[in-house]
Design a protein around this ligand. Structure first.
Ligand code: LIP
Length: 264
């Protein structure tokens, strides 16, 4: 019987080491950056150094297994693939906002079986192995027991393209009166971990990379969340990621559709 837990140990150890590098680079130098898809989509030298470290360690510990990373690319193949976001929440990192992670997942035929999300700024480690639960620093995680949409806390994000951001903002304006409140924290992996911990009752975002959700989506699912990954909920948008406490998942999904979120 396949046991994914050893893969969590590898992801955690490498994530912690890469996180220490990221933190040293943040502390020792003015963070310079380049841009990618738009002028606000940034990548720093630390992103690149972190991914190179993760790739080097994986080649040592798991020789021959492919890696898909945000900065150097790759692809998901049959069998085992490692999926890496070297810094998730790069804009937060650039501004010195301590809410960013190193996210490493192992996927089997494209489905996450092990994941670790490490917070370099705090040292907190979020983990999950498929079928074995999810944890924060070893303590079990469980989603919230919320059943009232109007008392739910909804996390969300924005696209980099200004024209889509405005359409998304219009949808969020229509959601604002239907939930307790909204939170935009800027790191998808940690938003998904927040759903797992009951710190958010739901989270959704368009346009995430596989590296953004591969570990955090498993952590949320193993904590009892309803998780819908890109391509599984056309009503929310082909590129939508959605995670919610089961008590409000259907009501939140319906409210988002009614707000026009699925058509932004
Ligand atoms: C970020 C996500 C965030 C999203 C940003 C960006 P990155 O990932 O974590 O949720 O809103 O646009 O995609 O680029 O920092 O790895």
């Amino acid at each position: 019987m396949f046991d994914p837990r050893p893969l969590v140990d590898i992801a955690s150890a490498i994530g912690r080491e890469a996180g220490a590098l990221v933190q040293r680079m943040r502390a020792s130098a003015v963070v310079s950056f380049d841009t990618k898809s738009t002028s606000t989509d940034v990548v720093t030298a630390a992103d690149r150094a972190s991914e190179q470290l993760v790739r080097t360690r994986l080649s040592e510990l798991r020789p021959g297994e492919p890696v898909l990373g945000e900065e150097e690319g790759g692809s998901v193949v049959e069998g085992l693939t490692w999926v890496v976001d070297p810094i998730d929440g790069t804009v937060n990192y650039l501004y010195g906002i301590p809410w960013y992670s190193v996210s490493i997942a192992a996927q089997l035929d494209g489905e996450s079986v092990a994941g670790a999300v490490f917070e370099p700024a705090t040292g907190r480690m979020w983990t999950a192995a498929r079928g074995h639960g999810s944890f924060l620093d070893g303590s079990p995680l469980r989603v919230s027991t919320t059943t009232d949409l109007s008392l739910s806390l909804l996390g969300y994000g924005f696209a980099y393209r200004p024209e889509r951001r405005q359409r998304q903002a219009d949808a969020w304006a229509r959601m604002a009166a239907r939930v307790r409140d909204l939170r935009r924290a800027g790191a998808a992996s940690l938003d998904l971990c927040s759903v797992a911990a009951g710190r958010l009752d739901a989270y959704t975002e368009h346009g995430l990379g596989r590296w953004d959700w591969a570990a955090g989506g498993l952590i949320a699912a193993e904590a009892g969340a309803v998780v819908r990954l890109p391509g599984s909920s056309p009503e929310l948008g082909e590129d939508a990621t959605f995670a919610a406490a089961p008590g409000i998942a259907d009501a939140m999904h319906s409210a988002l559709v009614e707000s026009g979120y699925g058509k932004v």
